[in-house]
Design a protein around this ligand. Structure first.
Ligand code: NAD
Length: 317
């Protein structure tokens, strides 16, 4: 039988790519409810989805920061039946914390973390009753590991990961699956929006050393990281489709094997110093090493295979 999939944040990037990929599945295995905060931004999705629109794809309004809009959207779905939820809507934020307002920080937490909580408060009870469902959350490698000047964004994704880890234990009782998809850098509007917002940050509240660090080190290398390590949204969508269709989906799945050596450092050192020292050296002491690593990564990327395996015991390339 066809499975219903509800996806948030489908007007651009990863959400749009997942929605059109699932809606255009050869075997028509999915009925996709592609949701977005502002329906005026539906054009790109409509163009990408092609003939699936009105058949295996329906576009609906949903703002993850508004409980009423979530309730209205779920209630408009036949029998409120969501087999697979893809919680994708999110936003980034970069800069020194002394230059960011609490209001801006709360907005990131409200979207990235409470957005997921609101969705699950509405959808989880139905999934529990049916003892069926898969919750797929687009997290990030920054849900495992913090990165310079991404303090609040990383905190929001850590919150998502802690929340899901706790919930996953209960989920087993109800035969539900939860998967955290953890992409590294992905080339979408996100990257551009975050960079442009970064350029606009009023740095006057920060000291000179912090300002230099942000402008001359972090922002200068920002684009390079996306060029060297960045994946396409379609690639992340392909990973997500494999996770959704796998018999035994893993709890965590990283989509970018070029990034795995960095996250492995975290698991390798229970004291937690190894990844922090490594990032420090990469950023501050060995600018040349940093660029050499990026070049090496470019070479690996060029040679990298496209295939990957999934499964709880073997999800490595
Ligand atoms: P994107 O900016 O193209 O997509 C984010 C989408 O979320 C946008 O369509 C935006 O309108 C929507 N959104 C924001 N607030 C919303 C709200 N209140 N209600 C409903 N929709 C809302 O960027 P993307 O890269 O496709 O990001 C998708 C997800 O992937 C995010 O959760 C992001 O944190 C995560 N991610 C992105 C990257 C990256 O480098 N681009 C890396 C790892 C994880």
């Amino acid at each position: 039988a066809q499975k219903t999939v509800l996806i948030t944040g489908c007007s651009s990037g990863i959400g749009l790519a997942i929605a059109s990929k699932l809606a255009n599945d050869d075997k028509k295995r999915f009925m996709v409810y592609a949701t977005m905060r502002n329906l005026d931004k539906r054009r790109d999705l409509v163009d990408t989805a092609g003939s699936s629109l009105g058949k295996t794809l329906e576009i609906k309004q949903l703002d993850v920061c508004c409980e009423k809009s979530i309730r209205d959207c779920i209630s408009s779905i036949p029998n409120r039946k969501v087999d697979i939820l893809v919680s994708n809507a999110g936003m980034g934020m970069i800069g020194p914390i002394e230059c960011q307002s609490l209001e801006e920080m709360k907005n990131v937490m409200d979207t990235n973390f409470f957005g997921l909580v609101r969705l699950l408060k509405e959808i989880l009870p139905d999934m529990k009753k049916r003892k069926k469902g898969h919750i797929v959350v687009i997290s990030s490698v920054m849900g495992i590991q913090g990165i310079l000047f991404n303090d609040i964004y990383a905190a929001s994704k850590f919150a998502v990961e802690g929340f899901c880890e706790s919930l996953a234990i209960q989920a087993i009782k109800f035969k539900l699956n939860i998967t955290l998809i953890e992409p590294g850098p992905v080339i979408t509007e996100f990257e551009k929006k975050v960079y442009e917002e970064g350029l606009k940050v009023d740095l006057s509240a920060a000291d000179q050393e912090t300002r230099d660090m942000f402008t001359n080190i972090y922002l200068r290398n920002y684009k390079d990281i996306f060029v060297s390590l960045g994946q396409s949204a379609d690639d992340v969508a392909e990973h997500t489709k494999k996770i959704i269709t796998s018999d035994n989906p893993p709890f965590r799945h990283q989509t970018n094997t070029l990034y795995t050596p960095m996250t492995t450092l975290k698991y390798a050192d229970p004291n937690g110093d190894l990844p922090i020292d490594t990032f420090y050296k990469m950023v501050f002491h060995h600018d040349k090493v940093f660029h050499a690593s990026l070049n090496f990564i470019k070479l690996l990327r060029w040679r990298s295979k496209k295939s990957f395996n999934l499964g709880k015991t073997n999800n490595k390339e």
